[in-house]
Design a protein around this ligand. Structure first.
Ligand code: GCO
Length: 454
């Protein structure tokens, strides 16, 4: 298909996304308290290159010039997250005014350039003090979260009108409380199930607070979604695919729109009954203005009796002889088509916005330039799929690229470069990659036409 920006319509939201822990650094500056990630990275075995986000991209000090880059690229919307422990060093009560001031300066810097700020309230960096009291496994989270969201709404809601409550609850509960790959590094169903349930409740709680406190807010929350395909056409593989789909794609959205947890396709979630209180079913429900879809690839799964609970496993992309990114994720543009189509079928969802899509490749600086054609092609082909699904009537209203700067990629440390802008992690110098210039030209001229070969 040949397309240009005009084909998406004038009201389409174009943007770029980041997250506090991945870029800010300033780990113990400005009165900030510790987060679970500040603690988790001390165990160097948990991070591929033994690194940490203590300094990350130094964005805490360079936010003004980073915003200038967004402005230079003419990107109209910027999605970033607030670090809870910068505002409330101990998680609750005592407010750190320097933290509020930092985000005020960041928001104002965006607005001065005409860039619309889109704020994620929770992108994984829980205050450590709260984790020490049980973190997401504790029902107290509901009160802690309420205080935090109120604080953000009251301090920033006069200027920030676009909000996302959680970033990928499946990842922070699954990787953080079930598999111990991510902070806080807890394991097992007895941690995962309560963490999952409290995250679902907090989605609703956060949404309602924003609705009450912020005049004319556009409120969403974001989900990691991967289209799931069975490895073979056996009945076992097909049922396994259904189970993985329930876990990875349906678990958090369905209770939010009143369908409850997908217990039938994912029996392990039945255990949530131990944590359910009388009003929880209705407390989980909230009418979001949009759902943020974060998609990178599809997953291929096969049945296995050996894997507890899930009775199945993901077949890694490098075992399937397919094109991959350096994350070992298959380059598979149809994934975003299928996922948007799937979420478009829930009639309670009003709008879908792709709040993350992008790719990590090996970038090298040659004569001061980064010729990342692979990333440009990746984005063009995924955008082509977004446009296809939009033209078929699915309400997709925006697309944000992950990410502005190469940054700290969680358990992968600094080994993965997802940015439109290259970060030299020694000097902290930024260099706009060819993909950044491409995005600029695409956003600013209907004459830039993309041709995606099938
Ligand atoms: C994610 C995250 C990002 C990641 C990105 C690439 O939401 O998983 O929002 O923090 O860096 O997805 O893995």
């Amino acid at each position: 298909m040949i397309y240009s920006i005009d084909d998406f319509g004038e009201d389409f939201y174009w943007g770029v996304s980041t997250a506090a822990y991945q870029i800010e650094g300033g780990m113990n500056e400005g009165g900030k308290g510790l987060s679970i990630w500040d603690e988790f990275v001390k165990n160097k075995n948990k991070i591929k290159d033994g690194s940490n986000g203590n300094d990350a991209c130094n964005h805490y000090h360079t936010f003004e010039s980073d915003i200038e880059i967004i402005d230079q690229l003419n990107i109209p919307n910027y999605r970033f997250s607030i670090s809870w422990s910068r505002l409330l060093p101990n998680g609750t009560r005592k407010v750190n005014q320097q933290g509020i001031d930092f985000y005020n300066r960041l928001i104002d810097a965006c607005l001065e350039k005409g860039i619309t700020p889109w704020v994620t309230l929770y992108h994984w960096d829980l205050p450590l003090a709260l984790e020490q009291k049980g973190g997401w496994t504790s029902r107290e989270m509901l009160n802690w979260f309420e205080d935090y969201v109120n604080l953000c709404a009251r301090n920033f809601g006069d200027r920030v009108k676009h909000w996302m409550v959680l970033n990928e609850p499946m990842v922070f509960t699954g990787a953080g409380y079930f598999l111990a790959y991510h902070a806080p590094g807890r394991k097992g169903l007895s941690n995962f199930i309560p963490a999952m349930h409290h995250a679902t409740l907090c989605q609703g709680i956060g949404g309602r607070i924003l609705r009450n406190e912020v005049y004319k807010a556009k409120i969403g929350t974001t989900f990691s979604c991967s289209h799931i395909d069975p490895y073979g056409d056996t009945q076992n593989d097909i049922t396994t695919a259904k189970r993985f789909d329930a876990l990875l794609n349906r678990l958090f959205i369905e209770p939010t729109i009143g369908l409850g947890y997908p217990v039938r396709d994912l029996p392990l979630v039945q255990r949530v009954e131990d944590y359910m209180k009388a009003d929880d079913d209705s407390m989980m429900i909230f009418e979001f203005d949009f759902i943020g879809i974060q998609n990178y690839t599809h997953e291929v799964v096969k049945h296995s009796y050996l894997i507890p609970y899930l009775k199945g496993q993901i077949v890694n992309a490098d075992e399937r002889n397919v094109p991959i990114t350096t994350m070992n994720w298959e380059v598979y543009p149809s994934a975003i088509y299928h996922i948007l189509k799937k979420f478009g079928k829930y009639d309670k969802i009003k709008e879908l916005i792709v709040t993350e899509n992008g790719a990590a490749f090996e970038d090298s600086v040659i004569s001061g330039k980064i010729r990342d054609l692979d990333r440009i092609q990746f984005i063009q082909s995924y955008l082509d799929a977004v446009l296809r699904v939009k033209n078929e009537g699915v309400k997709v209203t925006g697309y944000f690229i992950w990410t502005l700067l190469d940054n700290f990629e969680w358990a992968e440390g600094y080994t993965q470069r997802f940015g439109l802008v290259y970060t030299d992690f020694i000097t902290n110098q930024r260099i706009i990659k060819d993909s950044g210039y491409w995005y600029y030209r695409f956003l600013n001229s209907s004459k830039v036409r993309c041709l995606v070969q099938k």
